[in-house]
Design a protein around this ligand. Structure first.
Ligand SMILES: C[S@@+](CC[C@H](N)C(=O)[O-])C[C@H]1O[C@@H](n2cnc3c(N)ncnc32)[C@H](O)[C@@H]1O
Length: 274
């Protein structure tokens, strides 16, 4: 059993996590950090927090830091989360088809275990059907474990609950694993998506864009104003003129000086003439 984490150790880890990921752990998060770091320490046979800090400092290939970032990130997600935005995406895709788009690029920038980009892929497939449109979705996250889950594309009955029966039949293959029914996303959808680790606190990002739509949902809540502004300015740069950004329903651009037009709650757009 580890003793309590000292406030001085908390401050060192808090700063390291902020510097490396932009995630702001407020002072009230000491117990949370202690629990999550405690689990890592047990797995690695490390008995006190100071030794854990030393262990992190001897991190030749970055895997120790990665493990810490994996352990502290919150990965709650679901299929078709904030369904209104998928209804809007559906309408926007029809508009793009009317305009003669032959190529669509989308980015899910904090994709967690994959439910968000697969929901985007289903929405694209439902509208585009057999039309010859080149759709690619980039799905990224800082957490290597959630990316592995997303690549595996397997979901339990409970996770699949928000997906309607007709869509389940069309886009998932079922099997049994340890008496549990498993839904596996079909290869058609999987091939639309590239999963990659990208840390949103890096500047600039490794890709050029431009993107027609960017889902940046339920991740900015972990960042401070400086980090949100830096991220949103990069997103603005990567969006095509007229392109959309979807935020989480509790997130907005209010108070941030970002040149994006309001569309509806949590949805913004880059001006056509930029
Ligand atoms: C609450 S989940 C949101 C998932 C999905 N976008 C949704 O709305 O359902 C937040 C995700 O942000 C990721 N994340 C946190 N900090 C990040 C960073 N600096 N760079 C990239 N991803 C980050 C976490 O790993 C986690 O998977």
């Amino acid at each position: 059993m580890h003793k309590d984490m000292k406030n001085s150790t908390f401050k060192i880890l808090q700063k390291l996590i902020y510097d490396q990921s932009g995630i702001c752990l407020g002072d009230s998060k000491l117990t949370l950090l202690q629990t999550r770091v405690g689990r890592l320490m047990r797995q690695r046979g490390i008995i006190d927090y100071q030794k854990y800090v030393d262990y992190l400092k001897n991190d030749s290939d970055g895997t120790r830091l990665n493990d810490l970032l994996d352990a502290i990130s919150t990965n709650v997600t679901s299929f078709f989360r904030e369904f209104e935005q998928f209804k809007l995406l559906d309408k926007i895709i029809y508009k793009w088809l009317d305009k003669g788009y032959k190529k669509i690029r989308a980015w899910s920038c904090a994709c967690s275990t994959g439910e968000e980009p697969y929901s985007m892929a289903i929405t694209f497939s439902e509208v585009i059907k057999s039309k010859n449109i080149d759709v690619k979705i980039l799905a990224t996250d800082i957490n290597t474990q959630v990316l592995e889950t997303a690549r595996k594309r397997e979901y339990t009955e409970e996770r699949i609950e928000p997906v309607s029966r007709p869509l389940r039949i069309k886009y998932f293959k079922t099997s049994k694993k340890d008496e549990e029914k498993i839904y596996q996303v079909n290869m058609g959808l999987r091939k639309m998506i590239t999963f990659k680790r990208i840390n949103l606190s890096t500047n600039p990002f490794p890709m050029k864009g431009p993107f027609d739509v960017i889902f940046c949902r339920n991740v900015m809540i972990y960042f401070d104003k400086k980090m949100r502004t830096q991220l949103l300015m990069q997103i603005h740069h990567l969006l095509k003129p007229g392109g959309y950004i979807m935020l989480g329903h509790s997130e907005s651009l209010t108070g941030l000086n970002i040149p994006l037009e309001y569309v509806q709650p949590s949805v913004y757009r880059k001006k056509e003439d930029e």
